[in-house]
Design a protein around this ligand. Structure first.
Ligand code: GTQ
Length: 321
């Protein structure tokens, strides 16, 4: 080794005991020219997961699980990451079961996939849920879930849990009883029935329509400070507009089948093929568009970290596509 190189190595080795590290060796990774999400675009197929949820129902009693959920974990990341910033899971509940009351700093939304007679009680308001409904659980509000009638209910949970890895300030508390005392409510600002959302989408002309879920309690505000939601309609055999944002997305297919094209900066293409009830994710700053392959309307739901990025003033949209 040249004397300078040897000295340099010795110098670098001397840094660690002082708890310092050189920036210059990692600068480009720390400050990349464009976002470098670690998540990989991934589809979770309902056809494969539905039997596994049934098995979880059979093998894992409610008392053992608190929440019986299969987390949708990105193959490039670890739990609770579905994308770098978002968490998604499929929750399964059987008639008569109690998912006991708790509250936590994390925000949750739910998109109902299958079943009837399921309910969520949020801070004393017990609301029944149907396919396509979006239900909110604001931060630090007591919530428990249950199920009347026959057959299971399955929904998609969307939470900001990965945020609490980077900013570990999540608190949780269990209520002293399984159920928080509640009364039935029909209309609640925490529930967005699918019917009205679809009517809104159907009334918009053109091949691609978007509905922004907005807080009913604070008009104009996003669903939460971190997580927001949208529903989309794509006309029969049509394509959505291209989109590229610093947000990452978890998509769920309410109805229809087709694929999403993701184009990398180097021109490389990824195709995510999906059908009804599948869930898929789009990492930050990917350029993507959906293609409806069916001869009827396709409806998609998504949740994203757009509010988080807006609140931090780092939301960026490529409007030149
Ligand atoms: O239903 O409260 O998927 O606390 C993960 C954490 C669901 C819930 C999840 C939770 C819940």
């Amino acid at each position: 080794m040249a004397p300078v190189q040897a000295e340099k190595t010795e110098f670098l080795n001397s840094l660690k005991p002082e708890n310092v590290e050189p920036l210059w060796t990692v600068m480009s990774a720390m400050v990349p020219p464009v976002p470098q999400p670690k998540a990989t675009p991934t589809v979770w197929r309902y056809k494969s997961l539905r039997p596994l949820l049934g098995e979880a129902g059979r093998l894992v009693p409610a008392e053992e699980s608190e929440r019986r959920v299969l987390m949708l974990i990105n193959p490039s990341l670890k739990a609770p990451q579905t994308t770098d910033t978002l968490y998604a899971g499929l929750q399964y509940i059987i008639p008569g079961e109690v998912a006991p009351a708790h509250r936590h700093s994390a925000f949750a939304l739910r998109f109902i996939i299958e079943g009837d007679g399921g309910f969520t009680n949020v801070e004393g308001s017990k609301m029944y849920m149907e396919r396509g409904d979006v239900i909110l659980t604001p931060r630090w509000q007591w919530h428990d879930h249950g199920k009347d009638g026959n057959g299971p209910m399955i929904w998609l949970d969307g939470l900001d849990l990965p945020m609490f890895q980077a900013i570990p300030v999540n608190f949780a508390e269990h209520y002293k009883e399984d159920r928080f005392p509640s009364t039935d409510v029909e209309e609640t600002p925490l529930k967005f029935p699918w019917k009205g959302v679809q009517e809104y989408l159907d009334a918009i002309s053109g091949d691609h329509a978007i509905f922004d879920y907005k807080s009913k309690e604070k008009s104009g505000a996003e669903l939460s400070t971190i997580v927001g939601g949208q529903a989309e309609r794509i006309s029969p055999n049509a394509k959505s507009a291209w989109r590229q944002e610093s947000s990452s997305f978890v998509y769920h297919v309410y109805e229809g089948h087709g694929h999403t094209v993701i184009t990398e900066a180097n021109g490389e293409e990824t195709i995510l093929q999906w059908e009804q009830k599948d869930t898929f994710c789009i990492p930050s700053w990917k350029k993507f568009r959906h293609v409806n392959e069916s001869s009827s309307q396709t409806y998609l739901f998504n949740f994203s970290d757009t509010p988080l990025l807006k609140n931090l003033a780092i939301h960026r949209v490529n409007s030149d596509i």
